[in-house]
Design a protein around this ligand. Structure first.
Ligand code: PEP
Length: 254
């Protein structure tokens, strides 16, 4: 089997001040002390807490990422943040195309592609989120939607950059609903995502791309999701806000 990186990630969304961020990371550090894991463990706090997060995470296994980034490096783009700025903070990861960005802030496959191109021009690791809505799943359109989103996001990626891209399958109907996809549904969707990557970049590139599952991941369902052959990690929203539950997820992921 391909040697894919395991990633356990916590998307904090619009939660936690800088002081709360520091407290949660210090708590996480204590709860994860002594843990030997081959996984990368990442938290994604809001922009204003990133510097504090990087500082608090020093000399721990925790890495830090941003929840979004703009494609231009500088200029008249009020309210935006560039890859250069995030790299200067010492971040490792950035989320792109989260379904909340798509549904609430006008993100499209085309804008995800532009952000991804900018990120790959630097040294951050992008985590590109894709996933179908409930109506799309019920209409039997999951494969078509995932293919469109993966192809749309990756269309400008150079072949020698695909190895740096991480995908996250986040079915919209599972996010924040308490209704996680079953391990089989997640595994099947990851297989579809890998087929799209294979069609664009070849089978071995697809086999080496980490694909995370996100959507109502909790300590109780982590191990069963992680047992699936195509699931390489989890992207956790709500359950990552509490240090005890996120630490349990990291331990359950093995
Ligand atoms: C998310 O928003 O990335 C997410 C997976 O949220 P939750 O775990 O709360 O469903």
């Amino acid at each position: 089997m391909a040697n894919r990186t395991t990633i356990i990630a916590g998307n904090w969304k619009l939660n936690k001040t800088a002081a709360e961020t520091r407290r949660t990371i210090l708590e996480l550090r204590n709860k994860l002390a002594g843990l030997s894991t081959g996984a990368e463990v990442v938290v994604f706090p809001p922009f204003v807490s990133l510097e504090t997060a990087v500082d608090a995470a020093r000399e721990t296994i925790l890495q830090v990422g941003a929840q979004n980034v703009f494609w231009e490096k500088s200029g008249a783009y009020t309210g935006e943040v560039s890859t250069t700025m995030l790299e200067a903070l010492g971040l490792e990861f950035v989320l792109l195309g989260h379904s909340e960005r798509r549904a609430l802030f006008g993100e499209t496959d085309a804008t995800v592609a532009r952000r991804l191109e900018a990120v790959l021009g630097g040294r951050l690791t992008p985590v590109v989120c894709v996933g179908e809505g409930l109506e799309e799943r019920e209409a039997g359109r999951t494969g078509e939607v995932l293919a469109r989103q993966v192809e749309g996001a990756l269309k400008d990626v150079a072949p020698d950059h695909i190895g740096r891209v991480v995908l996250a399958y986040e079915p919209v109907w599972a996010i924040g609903t308490g209704k996680s996809a079953s391990p089989t549904i997640a595994n099947d969707a990851h297989t579809l995502i890998r087929s799209s990557i294979a069609a664009m970049f070849g089978r071995s590139a697809a086999d080496e791309t980490s694909v995370l599952y996100g959507g109502s991941v909790k300590p109780e369902n982590t191990a069963s999701l992680m047992r699936e052959s195509e699931v390489d990690g989890v992207l956790v929203g709500g359950a990552s806000l509490d240090a005890a539950s996120f630490a349990e997820i990291v331990r359950a992921a093995g």
